[in-house]
Design a protein around this ligand. Structure first.
Ligand SMILES: O=C(O)CCC(=O)C(=O)O
Length: 251
């Protein structure tokens, strides 16, 4: 099992860190069963970025408790704190099931949805959890190692790795590293969940305060509520009627 120091060193050097076997394989496969149940009936993607043969599960925390403990995994949160600072939040967590025949996704940086001039500190960090074995053939995420330092899109011949990892592993990757989903040339889907976090002063990519009702919020661990948005960025960004948003749930 890696330490936070080891993960952070690899993020600094390469922009990504794969931690194999972060949860037991059986647990990962069981999570996959539940996510596939929720994906049943979800249409395939609407555009080239989402993938026309890929299904995505949004509003995860309104629909299932199956990813709560992974979202709060101590190695993940410890590493995020070092990369993003103490006040980070969930941004756009998404289940991603890449289907047979899917083409490779364009390379992109997750932070590029935010118009913040460079250079800037890391704004976003993502964690791709594998609920199947990720292989080059079934669409393992493609990453350009070290590209978190590049200003322009890497050239076509830039060295690329496929984030191959067994089910139960996780790849942590910073928002400035160039990456994209792989093509799936197999006959089976590849299921993962990209649990994305961002610094607390940015708008969350998905609006969890609308999708997760107060009744659900009250049942969640406090740390998860904070990550979903019931929190402030000091000294007071995000207050509700002049008070900490957590106070709203007490009424
Ligand atoms: O599914 C993957 O491997 C990566 C997907 C991705 O990077 C994205 O949709 O932003």
């Amino acid at each position: 099992m890696e330490t936070v120091d080891e993960v952070v060193q690899r993020l600094d050097a390469d922009g990504y860190a794969i931690v194999e076997g972060l949860i037991p394989r059986d647990e990962a496969l069981a999570i996959g069963v539940e996510l596939r149940r929720l994906l049943d009936g979800v249409p395939e993607g609407r555009n080239f970025f989402e993938g026309f043969h890929t299904r995505r599960l949004y509003a995860i925390y309104a629909k299932t408790r199956i990813l709560d403990s992974l979202t709060l995994h101590p190695l993940v949160l410890g590493s995020l704190e070092r990369v993003l600072g103490p006040h980070f939040q969930l941004s756009g967590p998404t289940g991603i099931e890449i289907g047979p025949g899917e083409e490779q996704q364009i390379l992109h940086r997750d932070e590029d949805i935010y118009p913040v001039p460079r250079p800037h500190p890391q704004l976003v960090t993502n964690v791709m959890w594998a609920f199947d074995d990720f292989t080059e053939a079934n669409g393992a995420t493609r990453v350009i190692p070290g590209s978190q330092h590049m200003v322009e899109q890497p050239p076509d011949d830039a060295p690329m790795v496929f984030a191959e990892m067994p089910a139960g592993s996780a790849m942590i990757y910073v928002g400035s590293v160039w990456h994209g989903g792989g093509a799936n040339t197999t006959g089976r889907t590849r299921l993962g969940a990209a649990i994305e976090y961002a610094v607390g002063w940015l708008r969350q990519q998905e609006n969890h305060l609308v999708s997760v009702t107060p009744d659900i919020m009250r049942t969640l661990p406090k740390r998860l509520r904070e990550l979903l948005g019931y929190n402030i960025y000091p000294p007071f960004v995000g207050y509700v009627d002049g008070r900490h948003p957590e106070r709203v749930l007490e009424t």
